[in-house]
Design a protein around this ligand. Structure first.
Ligand SMILES: [Zn+2]
Length: 217
């Protein structure tokens, strides 16, 4: 039986990390919308060029382009046994499009674990990133701090906080999450596939819970 898992959670919940680990232990492909974008852009596919066109004009890539990229990947033989999805669907309309495409093939989203992290914790985590001005190395004051405060381990350059990581930008990302992505929680709950997991613990502890949730299927 195929196993399709959609990981949900706010930015900074660690979905990418957990998705990678799950993909390894269940021997399933990790389908990340970010990776798909980069891959299509690099290979200059029709969808990649279409996405680039929107981005070059400063716009958002429309849902149907993203949906087509994901469906395209899911229809490849490598995803026959299932997949761990991360970063997709991001909106209710993407979730509906995904369900429709999967239904046509007799498949469905089997599980949607929600990695729960409070707003305060999200802000704390996402504002703790520091980058090196000289070599671009990235640090995290909580999870991967530099040996000397404010100084790059690699090259000794000065560390700074990028605009992406300042509290106001992070609050905006959270707002977008609540507005666009959080409706998926109700959607998957109504379908009986939502499972809540406490995300304010170690990577290993969260992974153990995710395993339990999948094995209980
Ligand atoms: Zn450096």
């Amino acid at each position: 039986m195929a196993l399709f898992v959609v990981l949900l959670g706010p930015p900074g919940a660690g979905k990418g990390t957990q998705a990678k680990l799950l993909a390894q232990s269940f021997d399933l492909p990790h389908v990340s919308s970010g990776d798909l974008f980069r891959d299509h852009l690099k290979r200059e596919t029709r969808l990649g060029l279409l996405a680039k066109d929107y981005m070059d004009r400063g716009g958002l890539v429309p849902d149907n382009v993203t949906v087509d990229m994901v469906i395209d990947r899911l229809s490849q033989p490598v995803c026959q046994k299932g997949a761990i999805l991360d970063g997709f669907p991001r909106t209710l309309s993407q979730a509906l499009a995904l369900d429709e495409a999967m239904e046509e093939r007799g498949e469905q989203v089997d599980l949607a674990p929600l990695i729960q992290v409070s707003d305060d914790e999200v802000v704390k985590r996402l504002t703790a990133r520091r980058s090196c001005r000289s070599c671009g190395a990235v640090y995290h004051l909580l999870f991967n701090p530099p040996r000397v405060e404010g100084v790059c381990d690699v090259c000794g350059g000065p560390l700074y906080q990028r605009d992406d990581d300042n509290p106001e930008t992070v609050r905006n990302r959270l707002y977008t999450y609540y507005k666009e992505t959080s409706p998926l929680i109700g959607y998957y709950c109504a379908k009986g596939v939502l499972r809540e997991v406490d995300g304010e613990r170690s990577i290993d502890d969260i992974q153990v819970d995710l395993h339990a949730v999948i094995e209980a299927l």
